[in-house]
Design a binder for this molecule. Structure first.
Ligand SMILES: [Zn+2]
Length: 408
């Protein structure tokens, strides 16, 4: 089987595992760097590989608008297009289109929206998003879901969560239909145990790049309402035996205690032998708290966005590299970090690059930040395996929150 997830060790709710994909393995827990427009901003895929980043993300919304998913497919799919041969995941565009507050109209069928680039009209439905994600060709693709603000009241959260489940059923049907129609083999991941009984449709001559083997992940929604999260988890499990489960709609404006409480609920409801992916969460403390609550995969633009803004993650909290005190500081950004930025450059030099508006500065801090999260997950994994995770994570969180280095 091309796709598998194996849990190899656990410590409380925390787990260490291996996700296998057609483009290789991902050791979990893992942080996935985000390549919004088929590029992890300012970083070369070779640098990501050197960091030890095993899986990365691209955004369906952005690539559909520019350059267009059909173009990407005609060039061999998103892996070849961006020069990354490792495991990849695409989001469904749900988060992006629902963020376009004034630019969209929602119905049961889907979402109409205007492009943020040129104002042109577009329509996302569960079916059209499956076709786009099939065209892009990432290993793991996410269902189209209805995303709402983090503080939404229960009625709104229920409406969006139940719609997301109805859309999941439509996504699954279309995912399999396209797989049968276009490749005859590109249909894995939704059903691990059952064999598809769907007969391939009459073959359609198609000279385009063949659709690869992909796995479809559902997304558990439900806002900050435990009942809804439970209901969504159960409903999604009743639809299929999924390879992995997305946990969506968190880190969108709710409080941290609310987010952690929802992770505890979902942890109880999802099968322990399947991958759990907490979407859009990427601050160091949230990764450690997430692993403590049974999460295996994370993604976020935070490390590269903050890197470009001159904020570095360190074991003692965040550091603003423009601060005057760093002017003659010979130390690396983080003395325990083994990234190529920290091995070679001082805080003083990096501060100088930012003050002088040199492009290398934002590259060096972006690289450090992505490395920081990837290494943090590698360390967590080792601690789960050797049985020290509970103590290690408590110590790590205590040091991080103490912040002897003042925040910007
Ligand atoms: Zn570093």
């Amino acid at each position: 089987m091309t796709f598998t997830f194996d849990r190899i060790a656990s410590a409380g709710a925390a787990r260490a595992g291996v996700l296998m994909t057609p483009h290789g393995r991902v050791d979990t827990p893992a942080f996935m760097a985000v390549g919004t427009a088929a590029t992890v901003k300012a970083l070369d895929p070779l640098e990501l590989e050197a960091i030890g980043c095993q899986m990365i993300l691209a955004n369906t919304y952005h690539l559909h608008l520019r350059p267009g998913d059909e173009i990407v497919r005609s060039l061999g799919g998103v892996h070849r297009f961006m020069g990354w041969d490792g495991p990849m995941l695409t989001d469904s565009g749900g988060f992006q289109v629902f963020s376009l507050e004034s630019l969209r109209t929602v119905s049961e069928d889907g979402v109409e929206f205007r492009s943020h680039i040129d104002g042109s009209r577009h329509r996302f439905t569960p079916e059209s998003v499956m076709q786009i994600e099939r065209n892009l060709g990432a290993d793991v693709i996410m269902q189209f879901d209805h995303v709402i603000p983090g503080q939404s009241v229960e009625a709104d959260a229920r409406d969006a969560s139940e719609r997301s489940i109805r859309w999941l059923v439509r996504c699954r049907t279309e995912f399999e239909r396209i797989g049968n129609r276009e490749s005859g083999i590109g249909n894995r991941g939704s059903s691990l145990l059952a064999t598809s009984t769907t007969q391939p449709a009459a073959s359609i001559p198609d000279s385009r790049f063949p659709i690869p083997d992909q796995a479809l992940f559902p997304i558990v929604q439900g806002g900050i309402h435990a009942t809804l999260r439970r209901e969504a988890s159960r409903a999604i499990r009743s639809i299929d035996d999924w390879l992995g489960y997305g946990i969506g709609g968190l880190s969108v404006g709710e409080s941290k205690p609310d987010m952690y409480a929802m992770l505890d609920v979902v942890n109880e409801e999802l099968p322990t032998d399947r991958a759990r992916y907490l979407m859009g969460v990427g601050f160091p403390e949230d990764l450690v708290e997430g692993v403590r609550r049974g999460v295996d995969m994370f993604d976020c633009v935070a490390p590269t966005r903050m890197g470009r803004n001159g904020t570095a993650f360190t074991a003692d909290g965040r550091v603003n590299v423009r601060r005057a005190e760093l002017k003659a500081d010979p130390r690396p950004l983080d003395e325990t970090c083994e990234c190529s930025t920290c091995k070679r450059f001082s805080r003083a030099y990096i501060r100088h690059l930012f003050v002088a508006d040199e492009i290398l500065g934002l590259r060096l801090v972006s690289l450090h930040n992505v490395h920081f999260l990837v290494a943090l997950m590698r360390r967590s994994r080792a601690a789960v395996i050797d049985g020290t995770f509970d103590a290690w994570s408590r110590d790590w969180l205590a040091r991080y929150h103490t912040r002897p280095t003042p925040v910007s």
